[in-house]
Ligand binder design. Structure first.
Ligand code: FAD
Length: 509
């Protein structure tokens, strides 16, 4: 039966929290839902700050921004953003090693067969073949510190990459906030002190603020950060702890001025008890050291961070504490957790903001109908989808750590020898046997992402998909050489990353 729009009293959606998650949720829902049916209110408190880090993203963020109708050049100028073509991993197998996880594909499919099978076949046959990295356009652009937009309308090699952004997370939240409040989202400044629940259903009915004001709602979105005020504290949903596989639980963060190159990629450098990020923005570089307190105390970690900055810090370093894992359920009763309130995975692959975006889209799709009780099947489906998202990202992150050769460093020794999640052990075994890498229709990560990290970490295929045999080896060798020439030729025409941004942002309307 067709749902008639605007016929019932609007469903009152109350979002608690005004960090990146809260404002992305407010903006996304107000854009995706009919305002005659859904009224969105957001409560945030100046007394509790936001996390304020979260500067590297995945290409999906562009879909989110486009959905809101943001002007890209204006958004980039407002958030001091730069372009991101991937992540460079330095020292993750041993000191000095490096590889890039690019946004885009390796090579092209030939004879209907994915590129990595041809590559593995040529390699196993002892033919002239370069490292897999050399067959990615995005990797070549990263190495040249170059940027230009992908040529998505063509079938050329310039269509084989995608891009994301680095941006100042606080500026992004403020930018999205202006967008959302200008489009009808009601913003309330106040500290939530009390939560009233319905005696029969256990659903949240109203929130009481420090000012004494009471805010009633039908659906509550918990974006309260690590506090998890509604789903964790009020509804008592348990926590699935993943620190066994992802033992990093602290980060020191400090920005500094840029000295080094204006790279169109994030750098993640392995260190004794974790890893350091370097994220170049227009006005500064974001740096942080993610580490495990089991293997390094906070003071020593701070020394490590400060000892590796390219310039003195622009602000006092901030310490952030966290646990890897997720809520058993993201949606309980009439409360839905999005962002840090629902889970945390270390920022190694810049996944948190993506997980927020995915949750907002899924919630909009599964939004309860105004005037009707919430069907528990909506919650069950949302929880199923969220679990898929988080569990897959977890496996991908763990993959970065396990095949290291950093012998004698206790954190890395532990990671190399620990028992793996069954799902990950299966994926690695399958890749070794047949060069097959996971490819999902829903959720992260794509096949090429898996390939970059599997091979980057030294996991080599011993076989390949036999359909690749249809291409004669001599033909294959010629195609491989031609592919590399097209990549090099394409990158040679691109401007430097910094030059491109200066021109693009200056030319904004
Ligand atoms: P927060 O930013 O903590 O916001 C919580 C909000 O809830 C605040 O507005 C607060 O005022 C409000 N609040 C809480 N309690 C109450 C109350 N009682 N009453 C009223 N309001 C309340 N993500 C990426 O995608 N890429 C990255 O590169 C990345 N790097 C990261 C690095 C580190 C070290 C960490 C810790 C996280 C990183 N993240 C990254 C994650 C990213 O920062 C978060 O996912 C994102 O900022 C969302 O945070 P949030 O909005 O859920 O929580």
């Amino acid at each position: 039966m067709q749902q008639e729009r605007g016929s019932a009293t609007p469903l009152r959606i109350v979002i608690v929290g005004g960090g990146t998650a809260g404002w992305m949720t407010a903006a996304g829902l107000s854009r995706l839902l009919d305002p005659r049916d859904y009224a969105v209110t957001l409560i945030e408190s100046d007394e509790i700050g936001t996390v304020g880090v979260g500067e590297a993203t995945l290409p999906h963020i562009k879909t989110f921004n486009d959905m809101l109708g943001l002007n890209e050049a204006e958004f980039m100028a407002a958030t001091q953003a730069s372009f991101k073509l991937g992540i460079e991993f330095v020292g993750w197998t041993r000191d000095g090693d490096r590889y890039i996880h690019p946004f885009g594909t390796f090579g092209e499919p030939w004879a209907g067969v994915d590129f990595q099978h041809h590559w593995a076949r040529a390699k196993l046959a002892g033919r002239e073949v370069a490292p897999l990295q050399d067959y990615s356009f995005a990797v070549a652009a990263c190495r040249a510190d170059a940027f230009a937009f992908p040529d998505t309308d063509s079938k050329s090699i310039r269509s084989t990459f995608a891009y994301a952004y680095h941006f100042d997370a606080s500026l992004y939240a403020a930018y999205i906030r202006r967008w959302a409040t200008a489009r009808g989202v009601r913003r309330i400044e106040g500290l939530v002190l009390d939560v009233a629940r319905d005696a029969d259903t256990g659903h949240v009915r109203a929130l009481t603020l420090k000012s004494g004001e009471t805010i009633e709602g039908d659906l509550f979105v918990d974006c309260s950060g690590f506090r998890s005020l509604l789903v964790g504290q009020t509804m008592g949903v348990g926590w699935q702890d993943w620190s066994e596989w992802l033992p990093c639980d602290r980060a020191w963060a400090a920005p500094c001025e840029r000295d080094g190159p204006f790279t169109p990629y994030t750098r993640a450098t392995a260190r004794e008890a974790g890893w350091m990020w370097r994220i170049p923005l227009q006005h500064r570089v974001g740096n942080g050291y993610v580490f495990s307190s089991r293997f390094c105390d906070e003071e020593r970690a701070l020394d490590t961070l400060l000892g590796h900055l390219e310039n003195p810090p622009l602000a006092d370093p901030r310490l952030l504490r966290f646990r890897a894992g997720r809520r058993e359920r993201m949606w309980a009763g009439n409360c839905v957790a999005i962002g840090l309130a629902g889970g945390f995975l270390e920022p190694l692959e810049s996944t948190s903001i993506f997980l927020v975006q995915a949750a907002v889209t899924d919630l909009a799709n599964l939004m309860p109908v105004p005037g009707r009780p919430i069907d528990p099947r909506l919650a069950a489906e949302f929880n199923r989808l969220s679990a898929i998202q988080y569990d897959r990202v977890r496996d991908f992150l763990v993959l970065h750590y396990i095949a290291n050769a950093r012998e004698g460093e206790p954190l890395w020794d532990h990671l190399r020898t620990m028992a793996l999640p069954d799902t990950l052990a299966h994926k690695i075994a399958l890749f070794e046997e047949s060069a097959a890498a996971p490819s999902y229709r829903y959720g992260l990560f794509s096949r090429d992402s898996w390939l970059s990290v599997l091979i980057g970490q030294g996991v080599e295929p011993k076989g390949y998909g036999r359909l690749a045999d249809r291409l004669p080896l001599d033909v294959l060798e010629v195609r491989l050489a031609d592919l590399r020439a097209r990549i090099d030729g394409g990158v040679a025409t691109m401007p430097a990353h910094g030059e491109f941004i200066a021109g693009y942002c200056a030319a904004r309307p």
